[in-house]
Design a protein around this ligand. Structure first.
Ligand code: SF4
Length: 72
């Protein structure tokens, strides 16, 4: 089922992130590792919600949070 998103806010807690790179591997259009080795959000709309949710679920320290406002 396709879900349209009118607004999406993705946050990485850099204090918690351990730089595993899982989110970058799974959703490269959204996440990138910065010079400090921590993940940062480069484009909240850069991947499908499914890919982003997979990245969230794969983060070993649960550092990623997503707020979506879906339309029906
Ligand atoms: S998956 Fe989690 S711990 Fe790994 S780089 Fe991304 S935010 Fe950091």
């Amino acid at each position: 089922m396709r879900r349209d998103v009118v607004s999406r806010s993705i946050h990485v807690d850099t204090d918690t992130c351990v730089g595993s790179g899982w989110c970058v591997n799974l959703a490269a259009g959204v996440f990138r590792l910065g010079p400090d080795g921590k993940s940062t959000v480069v484009d909240a709309q850069g991947e499908s919600l499914d890919a982003i949710e997979e990245a969230v679920d794969s983060c070993p320290v649960s550092a990623i949070s997503v707020d979506d406002e879906p339309t029906e």
